[in-house]
Design a protein around this ligand. Structure first.
Ligand SMILES: [Zn+2]
Length: 185
């Protein structure tokens, strides 16, 4: 941390030196350029393809490019692992019941950070901060099995009216190719 008085006393500029550009400053700057070339697509909020994609937050997965998706085509729900948590079900429920989607694609990937963690992560966190998180880490060893479990959680959710078209995949971060997971086995 800098010992100099910050130029903007109350601004959230992280640990950057006063006046230095932070990564978020860079994003905001990029947005100005984006908006300058942006024209209102005149779309509604309902995804054109009627599909919701649940995927890991991994930085190596460019979902739109990898699946040939365009702006407005789909809902994307991303979290650590691309696991189906209560909050994922919340988003899917709103996606299906309020915004007309009926297909669900689940995407895990090779080399996922969650394969290197265990539920000990929670225990260590509790020891460090004195409070046990309410959420599960959702760590896994077998990525195929975790995709199957995620498909099962979607298919058995009482809140989702559309569970016929649910398919799960593992994205290979080195080839860019999806491998489909058989829900049986
Ligand atoms: Zn991941």
């Amino acid at each position: 941390m800098s010992t100099h008085a910050p130029r903007f006393a109350q601004s959230a500029r992280g640990a950057a030196a006063p006046g230095a550009e932070t990564v978020i400053d860079r994003l905001v700057e990029s947005n100005r350029a984006y908006a300058a070339g942006f024209t209102d697509p005149g779309m509604g909020a309902r995804p054109v393809l009627g599909v919701a994609v649940v995927a890991c937050m991994d930085a190596r997965i460019d979902l739109h490019a990898a699946l040939g998706l365009q702006l407005g085509d789909c809902h994307t729900v991303r979290n650590a692992g691309g696991v189906v948590t209560d909050d994922t079900i919340r988003s899917l429920t709103i996606s299906q019941r309020a915004l007309g989607t009926s297909s669900v694609v689940l995407i895990h990937h090779t080399g996922c950070g969650l394969q290197t963690l265990t539920e000990d992560f929670r225990h260590e966190l509790e020891l460090e901060v004195g409070q046990r998180p309410a959420w599960a880490v959702e760590a896994f060893r077998d990525v195929d099995q975790d995709v199957r479990q995620s498909m099962q959680r979607v298919r058995t959710s009482p809140f989702l009216p559309h569970t016929d078209d649910v398919r799960g995949f593992v994205f290979d971060v080195t080839t860019g190719l999806l491998r489909e997971i058989d829900p049986r086995v």
